[in-house]
Design a protein around this ligand. Sequence first.
Ligand code: SF4
Length: 501
Amino acid sequence: DMLAISLPYEQLFTNALNLMDLAGMPVRASERDESYPLVIAGGHACYNPEPMAPFVDVFVIGEGEEAILRLIATMRAARHLDRETQLRHIAGIEGCYVPRFYDVAYHEDGTIARITPTVPEAPPRVLKTIVPVMPPPVTDFIVPFIETVHNRAPIEIMRGCTRGCRFCHAGMITRPVRERPVDEILDAMEIILEKTGYEEVALLSLSSSDYTHVLELTERINERFGHLGLNISLPSLRIETVSTRLMDNLGDSKRGGFTLAPEAATERMRNIINKYVTHEELLETAREIYRRDWRTIKLYFMIGHPHETLEDVQAIVDLCKAVLAEGRKIHGRKASLNVGVSTFIPKPHTPFQWEPMDTLDQIEAKLALLRREMRETGLRLRWNDPQESLFEGYLSRGDRRVAAAVERAWRNGAVFDAWMDRFNREAWETAFAAEGLDRAFYTHRKRRIDEVFPWEHIDVAVTRRFLTQDYLMSHEGETRIDCRDQCFACGILPRLKDLRR
Ligand code: SF4
């Protein structure tokens, strides 16, 4: 009766159409009556649902664990009704956005004038839904009998992040922070290991070092499971020496890689993006890591941040060389550094939602500099294909008109856009051109401070006032500290207070 699709990123849009088509369903929601399954979509790419609006019956904005139960109950009660009436019932459910019940009006310059609900059941703004307490961890997995990419048991230890990096979509949309008790994590590990035979466990969160009980957790994992020689990954560690202690705590567990994400290399840039770590802190952490017998460190950077210059990019090279030099002091030529570089894509609901994305020429000039300057034994540079990043940029802040390009690109053969070998750039470029849509309008344009965004009616509970303030602060290079230490009234607590038990 229901077809629920996860859309964690925009490159899956054409796959969603493909999936419906293969199931023998029309891809446009307006052509599906109640004899077809109800098509639901959720996930991070749905926080701007508009480029998929004509294809999906209901978007779940926020977390799905409880929303799906409410949806099922409503559909059970409404199964004898026609699709329009079913959807009217659903439009009143918390976190459910039914796009057909909203009208979008445009200004002459192509920007949005207003988005208005057309039925009384549809709220003017759809507030995201969250689970007040993290639901029990999943312990029953389908264990694949072929080697898969994520061949390990994931346990989510925390949801949300308080750091407030201005480029970070996940950090803004998954607020507030909720943590899982240590005992629940350990018990889940026990059950999973017994049921699945996995030898690797990933403790997932957006920022592991910020999990309040992270020291206790790592100590107790070592006590209880240390003898099993498991591979425990604790991704997204903060750049500070205490992170090395966490890895030490995991003791005899096999060590995965040590990854740090400074994201930018100059203090000016880090202030703009609000990722505050000093050069010295980074070098000191790297020294500690190399000293504890890791020979390889991975560093992640982003290029294309707002107001970035080639000097800021050169600083990435200098910093990487300085980190590697620390490794060399300890391990000689055996020390190595892997550097991953991705391109910044401005995302909805972040303080950078107003910012233009770099053009292809800008990105290529920056990548050329990095490739030229990073030629050194022990330094390994990897980067994202700029065309793919640009493509994500066209879609991530697109409006409802972009849906026509999504459909046309799919009809032109675009599918599996996230797979580099399958990404069909031509199909997309032709589709945008044929629909009379200017990609630069969606991607490279600085948006007016008061512009109505295509996602204006989607309420993530972080206020526009807070985001605007933060955006303006970035122009001045002003930072905000972790909001666990000081509340900046982003809006999340009062808006969702009734949900938090
Ligand atoms: S630390 Fe920054 S980049 Fe990482 S999840 Fe939090 S806000 Fe995002």
